[in-house]
Ligand binder design. Structure first.
Ligand SMILES: N[C@@H](CCC(=O)N[C@@H](CS)C(=O)NCC(=O)O)C(=O)O
Length: 217
């Protein structure tokens, strides 16, 4: 068997989730190495001293250490589900939306989720800030199955894992909010076979383990 790319991943990390979603969508296979964040393997740190997951290492030794770069690599191999099948303007807009998600929304999500790790932060105020973005998504989803129409796009794949995380902080509150389109969109994602396929549980990887091919059966 040809040597597979290696991905260092952590099951519940939304950045790693978006990367795994794109890899699954592209039909590529990789060797998955499950990481425990407080005990990262030497092999990963040597390849990527920045020490965040996901990290993708190609057989030629090149390293992709940003989740969006991993997505671009996967879709560059084969965008068989047409995640990028949109106009240049729409793709620019998607990338802008993802920047807002990765920037201000993620900052609020972290402060909402881990209030006591930050000085002078109010979880409620951060939840309110994050909610503005969720409401924007709700508007976009009006009358549409996905953010950009009837097919799953780059924006859906990159954003959904983070909305799931936002919802998880206080599920009762989140699912009681008046953003019906977002609830429908997130629910459909959470019950999908694709989501199940990227959320399989793997033991922590260590050198010498037999390789785990992702996506598996
Ligand atoms: N900009 C990076 C962010 C990745 C990131 O922050 N991942 C988190 C886990 S969700 C991480 O590895 N943090 C390092 C740590 O917790 O030690 C990307 O898009 O890949």
């Amino acid at each position: 068997m040809a040597e597979l790319p290696i991905i260092y991943s952590f099951r519940r990390c939304p950045y790693a989730m978006r990367a795994r979603l794109a890899i699954a969508a592209s039909g590529q296979q990789v060797e998955l190495r499950e990481v425990v964040l407080r005990d990262k393997p030497e092999e990963m740190l040597i390849a990527s001293p920045k020490a965040t997951v996901p990290v993708l290492i190609l057989p030629d030794g090149s390293v992709h250490e940003e989740s969006l770069d991993v997505i671009d690599w996967a879709l560059g191999q084969n965008d068989r589900e047409n995640w990028l099948g949109f106009s240049a303007d729409q793709l620019d807009e998607m990338r802008g939306l993802i920047r807002t998600l990765d920037g201000p929304f993620k900052a609020s999500l972290d402060r909402y989720k881990y209030e006591n790790r930050f000085d002078g932060v109010s979880a409620r105020a951060e939840r309110d800030k994050g909610s503005e973005f969720v409401r924007e998504l709700d508007q976009m989803l009006t009358g549409k199955t996905y953010l950009y129409g009837e097919t799953f796009s780059l924006a859906d794949g990159a954003i959904l894992p983070f909305i799931r995380q936002f919802a998880h902080v206080d599920k009762e509150w989140f699912w009681a909010q008046d953003w019906p389109n977002v609830l429908r969109w997130l629910e459909a994602f959470l019950v999908s076979d694709r989501f199940a396929s990227i959320m399989k549980k793997y033991p922590k990887w260590q050198a010498g383990d037999a390789s785990t091919v992702f996506p598996g059966d």
